[in-house]
Design a protein around this ligand. Structure first.
Ligand code: FAD
Length: 220
């Protein structure tokens, strides 16, 4: 770090941080340096004259009892890769499992939350599982089941009701079980327990509800 320069430090190399760095680079006076830091390149200690916090949000896994322990978040590319690997693992487990009801439970994927992330992952999972299932000779495609739980009466509440309804109809055509006005109350190993008391047995549970600002106590 040069002594006679001033430092702009941007914490967070996501959408906002990288966009800011790219936009501001040529506009800053010559005696300013920019440091763009992400989790993977934090240098320890760094002096700053201006600090921008652009560290985004993280999955809030404390919204439902059992969510942190028994459900998967979907926030980062890493989460998506993990989910893809788990889907493959479930197909492998199912292909060698002799009991059909256990196979169906293994191949039941439940997504909690019908907002942008929940709808995206339910659609992607259906697509992925449909094409992957044919490589597992003992897996009957009818054993694969995706349920999307959503707390209000329309999917994608940020968009118009018309688009929410259209998404629902498309999903139903693709045999994704859309359950509206259905709230998860807690999650137990392999089961979602609804507010009504109903239990949904599911080998994989994905929670897309809730985010929280990134906490800074993780910065060592
Ligand atoms: C599944 C999913 C799909 C999405 N699809 C779309 C889409 O199609 N179109 C769209 O416009 N938006 C989409 N979004 C939303 C979009 O990702 C966010 O709005 C956007 O990433 C927010 O930008 P950000 O810079 O605030 O945060 P982020 O992009 O999350 O960036 C924050 C960065 O800060 C880093 N960081 C965190 N803590 C620290 C720390 N202590 N020190 C240093 N670095 C740290 C993180 O590693 C991360 O790289 C999607 C989101 C999800 C979860």
């Amino acid at each position: 770090m040069k002594k006679d320069t001033r430092n702009l430090v941007i914490l967070g190399g996501g959408f906002a941080g990288t966009r800011l760095a790219a936009d501001i680079e040529r506009k800053l006076p010559k005696d300013w340096d920019i440091y763009l830091l992400n989790r993977t390149n934090e240098p320890g200690e760094l002096r700053f004259d201006q600090l921008v916090l652009a560290t985004g949000v993280e999955a809030n896994t404390s919204l439902l009892p059992g969510m942190h322990e028994h459900a998967l978040p979907l926030k980062t590319v890493g989460d998506a890769l993990r989910l893809r690997n788990i889907a493959i693992e479930r197909l492998e487990q199912a292909t060698i499992h002799p009991q059909s009801d256990r196979r169906r439970q293994l191949l039941h994927f439940t997504v909690i939350g019908g907002g942008f992330s929940g709808v995206e992952i339910a659609g992607e999972l259906e697509d992925f599982l449909k094409s992957a299932t044919r490589y597992y000779k003992n897996v009957d495609p009818d054993d694969v089941h995706i349920t999307l739980l959503h707390g209000t009466d329309t999917l994608l509440p940020e968009l118009s009701r018309k688009l929410g309804k259209k998404t629902q109809l498309l999903f139903e055509k693709r045999r994704i079980d859309v359950r509206l006005n259905t709230r998860a109350a807690r999650i137990e190993p392999g089961e979602v327990i609804l507010a009504s008391g109903e239990r949904i047995g599911s080998g994989t549970i994905i929670c897309t509800i809730g985010t929280a600002p990134t906490t800074y106590n993780q910065v060592a």
